[in-house]
Design a protein around this ligand. Sequence first.
Ligand code: SIN
Length: 290
Amino acid sequence: MTTNYKTIQARPLSPAVGAEISGIDIAAGISDEQFSELRQAFVDYGVIFLRDQELTPQQHIAFAERWGNINVNRFFKATDDYPVIAEVRKEADQKGNIGSAWHTDHSYDQRPAMGSVLYAREVPSVGGDTLFASMYAAYDALSDGLKKMLLTMRAEHSSRHAFGDAAYFNADLDDLGDRLGNTAAATQDALHPVIIRHPLSGRPALYLNGDFTVRFEGWTKEESQPLLDYLYNHARQNEFTCRFNWRQGSIAIWDNRATHHCALNDYHGERRLMHRITIEGDDLGAYSPS
Ligand code: SIN
């Protein structure tokens, strides 16, 4: 059901996560009241989408800066003129795309990025949608027994295997080498609670990451992997997800602490070009039920 805030409307894309927002024209200017409602919709839905925005790179940057300080991605190629804008690009003759596996961004950092403002500059005629999944719904649907165990646990996240010298894109298995790089900077490791208290909503959310989680604290990788796989599959159930079909000028603003995402790679032979600006996040604390 549509939520009518005072100055904007939010139309949910699914019962669990995501809403398309109307009533905002970024280029024309957004009042403080509109922005505070947009932020509330972001908290309420985990990921929000805007359509038909005509933005210069400078306007994209100015809009992103209203959400917080910009976090410059270490591993994605930036646009030529704007180091704070990362390119998420796939050319017509390329096979690999960025972000094709379910993940959330930057969990290898001590204070992982809050989220991203992704702007569609060029989209394929069909395909190239992005899926999002709610990590609140994933937590809520666990059994009481598993919740109880996970609430006491932390997991280790790392950038080393994903973006370091041994990374898949560096091993000639894929053609992502022109879009990802800087392998020497892949030195981040962080321990985070498996169930976090979301810094904005206060709700419990499952915080693991198919791309970056290495193991549970105090467990071996071999011991960890079966439970990690169970939880990843659990978290991607259809009823926890929504699917966004991009048009040129669409924007997504997602919350890395409340959602996972996955960029479908089903548009071979066509170009897709997105501009991504990532926003700094907060310390992540464990959720403790009262
Ligand atoms: C990403 O994971 O940041 C890419 C998302 C997308 O291209 O839809």
